[in-house]
Design a protein around this ligand. Structure first.
Ligand code: NAP
Length: 485
């Protein structure tokens, strides 16, 4: 890992009730760098009793935190935001080392992650209720919005910083307290964030970070607890479904940000160079390991050849390597199993008739690397069409009519993002409205922003993160009926 200006940001203990501590069991787990396959450090590996302590301390901290003013909470969130930006080089070095993405991308994620703290610091002050016209002259009706309580967050490894701030910022802004369980592969960014939150003045117990190798046990402790009133999860659809079931017994409110299978549709009237630029950004960011990644390229038959040739030429310019090295634009995948999964999907497609226009064989750089890969002659029975690839593989399929493109785009149980390239404004409206997804990029390949609602429909989940709607997931509406007036 690149040397840190502030080595105190590399934490090796869990953070509970404002204290840095070892796990009760004294267990540890090793954190590896996916680019070099070498160990970064060992960290404490929490279990059941540590999780219970985090729940208890979040509950104890709730009463005073929820009664603070929005401006007070906003001040702390803003200080935290500023500290993150002041330490961006160190945070990026940690993030790139544990996750693999190039340093420039890691900095982009950290800026993006910090933007949620600033946004919700401001939104906290606008948590308005309503006054409702009453049907009775003697009554006055109103609503207030209140924090939902103790929230548990379980987050994935692909965005180890931003997937945490996207949940913590609205939760804390609303007056909730939170326990975060980051992915086992990438806990160092979460712990560094907690260190900066403490420096920003966050009171003890308001935020705890529990890291452990037994995700099932920690998840069960969080979902079984009646004290935890809400679970916010980002991760795979498979685990999301399991957690929804686990939350049923205590009737928790859940927010689910799950897997995607985004179509990237290019019509014959599109600006092809713009579409290629968007395709590169959407497909190869984070080596294809993003939930909103273009997963299936649907290209009108009249521009299929031109788009494919230009896309291959642009993808050939990507530089695969260690994200810490200058000039690298595509890092490793998270581990060797991920490479195996991706390659198995490519082989399945090849067996069923797909052609490898680019890449498609494991890289000689090491077991965690997979090269940019472009496949043509794709059909709907291939795994790359039906499943989230989560790697730098772009399957291209030609279509003839708008109706056919829509049918192909919606032929999935996922419904997170979709991308549409056309200059026809009537088609933009028509097609965007008919797409079964939560977000549409129109002549744009990168759509995430703290000011806009991020989330999916169908089996990609529920709830929205960011935007003016982002606080809703962390608040309850209480109705007050005042009589005798
Ligand atoms: P994952 O395997 O579902 O893991 C996500 C988190 O859940 C990790 O912290 C993991 O812990 C934990 N976990 C796994 N099994 C669990 C269980 N039985 N009980 C409780 N917790 C459990 O997903 P991933 O591989 O980390 O992330 C990739 C997935 O996330 C992709 O499908 C991607 O599309 C999705 N994602 C969605 C969004 C969105 O906003 N919609 C954003 C980013 C990623 P361990 O890592 O410690 O096992």
């Amino acid at each position: 890992m690149l040397p840190l200006n502030d080595p105190q940001l590399l934490k090796q203990q869990i953070f509970v009730n404002g204290q840095w501590r070892d796990a009760d069991s004294k267990d540890t787990l090793a954190i590896d760098n996916p680019a070099t396959a070498s160990k970064i450090c060992d960290i404490a590996s929490a279990g059941l009793s540590d999780t219970q302590l985090a729940i208890t301390s979040a509950h104890q901290a709730l009463q005073s935190w929820r009664n603070t003013t929005a401006s007070y909470r906003a001040e702390i969130l803003k200080r935290w935001h500023d500290l993150i930006l002041e330490n961006i080089n160190d945070l990026a070095a940690i993030l790139s080392a544990e996750q693999g993405k190039p340093l420039a991308e890691a900095k982009g994620e950290i800026r993006y992650g910090a933007s949620y703290l600033e946004w919700f610091a401001e939104e906290a002050k606008r948590l308005y209720g309503d006054v409702i016209p009453s049907k009775q002259g003697s009554q006055r009706l109103l609503t207030i919005k209140q924090p939902i309580g103790v929230v548990a967050a379980i987050t994935p490894w692909n965005f180890p910083n931003a997937m945490i701030t996207r949940k913590v910022a609205p939760a804390l802004a609303a007056g909730c307290t939170m326990i975060v369980k980051p992915a086992e592969a990438t806990p160092l960014s979460a712990l560094a964030l907690a260190e900066l939150a403490q420096r920003a003045g966050l009171p003890n117990g308001v935020l705890s970070v529990i890291v452990g190798s037994d995700a099932i046990a920690i998840g069960k402790a969080l979902t079984d607890s009646p004290t935890v009133t809400k679970l916010s999860f980002t991760g795979s659809t498979k685990v999301g479904k399991l957690l929804i079931k686990q939350c049923a017994d205590t009737v928790k409110k859940v927010s689910m940000e799950l897997g995607g299978n985004a179509p990237f549709i290019v019509f014959d009237d599109a600006d092809i160079d713009q579409a290629v630029q968007g395709a590169i950004a959407s497909k190869f960011r984070n080596a294809g390991q993003t939930c909103v990644c273009a997963n299936r390229f649907l290209i009108h038959q009249d521009v299929y050849q031109e788009f494919t040739d230009k896309f291959v030429a642009a993808a050939q310019k990507l530089i695969l390597g260690n994200g810490a090295d200058t000039g690298v634009t595509l890092g490793p995948l998270i581990n060797a199993d991920a490479v195996k999964d991706v390659h198995t999907m490519v082989c399945d497609a090849a067996k069923k008739g797909a052609s490898r226009r680019l890449g498609g064989q494991p890289s000689s750089l090491g077991t965690n690397f997979y090269p940019p890969t472009i496949l043509t002659n794709i059909s709907a029975n291939m795994r790359v069409f039906n499943e989230e690839i989560f790697g730098p593989v772009a399957p291209i399929i030609a279509f003839e009519t708008e109706q056919q493109a829509l049918q192909l785009a919606n032929a999935t149980q996922a419904g997170l993002a979709a991308y549409l390239y056309t200059q026809n404004y009537a088609r933009i409206w028509r097609f965007s409205e008919d797409l079964e997804c939560g977000m549409v990029g129109i002549n744009e390949g990168i759509i995430s922003s703290e000011v806009a609602p991020f989330g999916g429909v169908k089996q990609s989940g529920n709830g929205r993160e960011g935007s003016k709607y982002g606080l809703d997931d962390y608040t309850e509406i209480k109705y007050l009926c005042m009589g005798g007036i």
